[in-house]
Write a protein that binds this ligand. Structure first.
Ligand SMILES: Nc1nc2c(ncn2[C@@H]2O[C@H](COP(=O)(O)OP(=O)(O)OP(=O)(O)O)[C@@H](O)[C@H]2O)c(=O)[nH]1
Length: 296
């Protein structure tokens, strides 16, 4: 069985950094893991790793823009259309990997996840090749600094989940930027960040989104908006109702400075992919010395 994890999320959410840490973690556990770069616009020095499969070997955004006279957004769409027309290229690239874990680093343009058909088509192609797939969606912890920004992040995660229709995990990345202790400067966890960082104690309301954060908007900025636009307030109430009625979105915290945190995320991904469930138990004569290394 081969496995593929699509690592998605907005630009700068930490996708490439997570892919590197994830792959390193699996390799340390003696599991075959490879990174697939799906961003045709990635620049050479964007990677800390050498991707095993790289869309840029098929098509690059730079070439499309210069040869087809397209802009960056149209060019990206063209690159994905081109990939889908050349699935035999991908199938051949994937041919060399058996019983492996493929970590697919996706571009940061969220329209690719929320309404374009490319990723769903790509996932269906991988499933046809017998590759079990799931997706993770990274939202960075700075999204918790502003409730409106946070809820737009929640809605984009929901929209991407609905579009992709594969087993799915939401991750709150860059949790190392969140302060471990609450500040005494404010007693209201629904207001903005304190001293530039949000206390972890408040974070639970974001990891398992509490719609009241949005309903109980109280700071000056919110009052201004309420006064200015009652319809905006009605829209908020409708969003709160939607999130309450469909509690699909919760977030796993990811702090890459903690191995335990990464391990929890990896074990959730394994569970979602049902990793290893189809493997035959090894016969004693199939075992090699390395299989006993962990037992020493
Ligand atoms: N503090 C902190 N910074 C991080 C973490 N992960 C990534 N970063 C930083 O955030 C920036 C963006 O990280 P990337 O991994 O390139 O993010 P990305 O989602 O792949 O970005 P795009 O490919 O542009 O969409 C870089 O400066 C990273 O060093 C993290 O866990 N903690």
């Amino acid at each position: 069985m081969r496995y593929a994890v699509f690592v998605t999320g907005p630009a700068g959410a930490g996708k490439s950094t997570f892919c590197t840490s994830f792959a390193t973690h699996l390799q340390t556990s003696r599991r075959a893991a490879h990174i697939v770069n799906l961003d045709p616009a990635a620049t050479g020095d964007a990677f800390e790793y050498e991707p095993a499969i790289d869309i840029r070997e098929l098509v690059t955004l730079e070439d499309v823009m210069s040869e087809m006279g397209m802009g960056p957004n149209g060019g990206l769409v063209y690159c994905f259309e081109y990939l889908l027309q050349n699935m035999d290229w991908l199938e051949e690239e994937l041919g060399g990997y058996d019983n492996d874990y493929l970590i697919v680093d996706c571009p940061g343009q969220i329209e690719l996840y929320t309404h374009h058909p490319f990723l769903p088509s790509l996932v269906r192609n991988l499933q046809r090749m017998g590759i079990r797939t799931c997706a993770v969606y990274l939202l960075e912890s700075q999204f918790m600094e502003d409730r409106y920004k946070f809820f737009s992040g929640v809605l984009s995660a929901m929209s991407a989940m609905v579009n992709l229709e594969v087993p799915w995990i939401n991750i709150m990345s860059k949790m190392d930027l969140v302060s471990p202790t609450p500040s005494s400067s404010s007693s209201d966890p629904s207001t903005g960040p304190r001293n530039g960082k949000r206390a972890r104690r408040d974070v639970a309301r974001y990891l398992d989104p509490d719609p009241l954060l949005l309903a109980n908007a109280r700071d000056g900025h919110d009052k201004f908006r309420e006064r200015e636009n009652e319809r905006f307030h009605e829209l908020n109430r409708a969003i709160v109702q939607l999130i309450e009625d469909h509690p699909l979105v919760s977030f796993l915290p990811l702090d890459l400075s903690s191995t335990d945190s990464l391990e929890v995320v990896v074990s959730h991904i394994d569970l979602t992919l049902q990793y290893g469930e189809d493997e035959e138990p090894k016969e004693p004569h199939d075992l090699d010395e390395g299989d006993f290394a962990d037992m020493e």
